[in-house]
Design a protein around this ligand. Sequence first.
Ligand code: SER
Length: 317
Amino acid sequence: MSSKILIIGACGQIGTELTTKLRELHGVDNVIASDINTRKLELVNAGPFVILDAKNFNAIKDCCINHKVDTIYLMAALLSATGEKYPMEAWDLNMNSLFHVLNLAKSGQIKKVFWPSSIAVFGPTTPTKNTPQHTICEPTTVYGITKQVGERWCEYYHDKYGVDVRSIRYPGIISHKAMPGGGTTDYAVEIYHEAIKEGKYESFLSEDTNLPMMFMDDAIKATTQIMAAPAEDITIRSSYNLSAISFTPKEIAESIKAEMPDFKMTYKPDFRQAIADSWPSSIDDSVARKDWNWSHDFDLEKMTSEMLTQLKKKYQS
Ligand code: SER
């Protein structure tokens, strides 16, 4: 019998592309997309869709029973920049949704859980270069605190209750299908849209802010790989470091200029600069590479070429 999957937060930046990929892999009818509203009509019409509030335990439970769901991908969250504006809302959504899903798994209703963590678990006291898997985590953002605490709970539910929960610490994710919402790394998506639409971009991070990043195809690949791995290969039950590329705003601008010589970049750092400054510049993900054969495909040049090609089609059609 096929596994039935529920994606919570399916209309978000990662959820949108994850839904498509999981439907390719498992069949459209075996993947239930859900979100708090129907803002993405394309996704709503592409297969089973349920309106679901990630903070409502009974709604998630009923959905799992009705659709015989045994696997959940919990993608709903308030990200770093939004979390600083609405701290209690970020805590409420990010923590309660996780507890709801972990408790459903503890009760046996759900067999497998994917929950994303983030480079935001790190803080100013973390080693900034090649940040190890096991290191100091003293996050200074509400988002980072929720992810760090969430990691501890994931490991606890695995160790104490045998819950099969798997997680990766996503870096900034760059994609062209759905916009990110409220993150510190969002500049690296906005820049491509503005390059095509306006030929210029004003970065809210300073030119030398080096952050770990990844193209969406790699992020989806990592997510499906870790979920397909045999349980005994998953040696980290908090969250895996995951890495592909690191670059600064200046370097991404240079990569765009290589294809669009007239592109202009200016810099006006705002409150997100302090968040970025508290995060590492590069990540050591050797444990993920060893445990479940993770490897990335996209470097900065290849990603820029793909982003510009796809966005030209989008805006110029
Ligand atoms: N992209 C996220 C953010 O900037 C990091 O996980 O908040």
